[in-house]
Ligand binder design. Structure first.
Ligand SMILES: CC(C)(COP(=O)(O)OP(=O)(O)OC[C@H]1O[C@@H](n2cnc3c(N)ncnc32)[C@H](O)[C@@H]1OP(=O)(O)O)[C@@H](O)C(=O)NCCC(=O)NCCS
Length: 265
């Protein structure tokens, strides 16, 4: 695998930097009501050209290969394929018996990725930045969304110009403004993906009115609550690949499972 270009934040431990140079793959078991359910999370450094070609042929459906090949921008082609590969690996975590190349992730009319050809109703959420890709496969009865964003001063300035005054106050409260700005933004994007509308509606719909640090060891894990979307919550962790957030229904059992998962141990 090509050496990923990771930015090491002050809070990130050296062993996590080493660990996340490899693919992180985890099956999440949780209960919702009376149902015992499972979701799959994959975090994957962007692949070298050679590896991208190999995994594309190995994991993607011919329709996905055609879609990727249709992009004129090399950056977009690579982000699409890297994202699809992370998505396929996340699906494989939950459905290990289904050959990845036989199921398709289709892009819906408002950009939302949708899985075809699975025996049970599952959804997929995908995120990519220049160094990292994430796929989260979840039961459709428990909608989830994932986002990852490179942490830079430039991004902070752009994001800060879009945040509400309440959110700006949260970013300037106790804590690191760079970390807080990115975690708020990724939590909002993750919620947008969980709902399936993304930012095709005003970002204010996803306004955050509360942030709490839940854990500091081994990783700092934060929780956001939304002003309007009370049924959702988001957990965020700073990683070498960028700020990572997952939004999901605010059920206690699932929160505890997600906190354990985001320790990335
Ligand atoms: C969802 C969205 C906010 C994420 O965009 P992003 O930060 O640029 O990119 P990310 O890497 O985090 O995520 C991209 C992935 O999100 C997923 N996605 C896109 N629209 C989605 C939706 N409506 N619901 C769920 N997931 C969606 C896709 O899988 C996409 O990857 P793919 O196109 O390769 O399949 C964005 O796609 C969107 O809604 N854009 C529409 C409007 C817009 O561009 N507004 C900008 C104003 S700030």
């Amino acid at each position: 695998m090509g050496e990923p270009r990771f930015i090491k934040g002050d809070h990130i431990k050296e062993d996590l930097v080493e660990k996340l140079k490899e693919i992180f793959q985890s099956l999440i078991r949780f209960s919702s009501g009376n149902d015992e359910l499972a979701a799959g999370l994959v975090l994957c450094p962007s692949l070298s050209n050679e590896e991208l070609n190999v995994r594309t042929r190995m994991l993607l459906h011919q329709e996905e290969i055609n879609t990727g090949g249709g992009y004129t921008s090399d950056i977009r082609r690579r982000s699409f394929l890297n994202g699809r590969i992370a998505g396929k690996m996340a699906i494989n975590t939950v459905f290990p018996d289904i050959p990845s190349a036989t199921c398709r992730i289709i892009t819906g009319s408002i950009g939302k990725p949708v899985i075809g050809d699975l025996p049970r109703p599952y959804g997929i959420s995908i995120a990519h930045n220049e160094s990292w890709n994430a796929g989260l496969c979840f039961p459709l009865s428990v909608p989830m969304g994932i986002d990852v964003e490179t942490i830079t001063e430039k991004n902070r300035t752009i994001i800060a110009s879009i945040l509400s005054s309440r959110e700006k106050d949260l970013c300037s409260s106790e804590g690191d403004p760079l970390e807080l700005t990115h975690l708020l933004w990724t939590a909002k994007e993750a919620a947008g993906k969980a709902i399936g509308l993304g930012f095709r509606v005003p970002t204010a719909w996803y306004e955050i009115d509360f942030v709490e640090t839940l854990k500091t060891e081994p990783q700092r894990i934060h929780q956001c609550r939304f002003k309007n979307l009370l049924v959702f919550t988001a957990l965020s962790v700073e990683t070498p690949g960028g700020m990572l957030s997952i939004a999901f229904p605010a059920e206690n059992n699932l929160s505890q499972t997600m906190i354990r998962l985001l320790q990335l141990t």
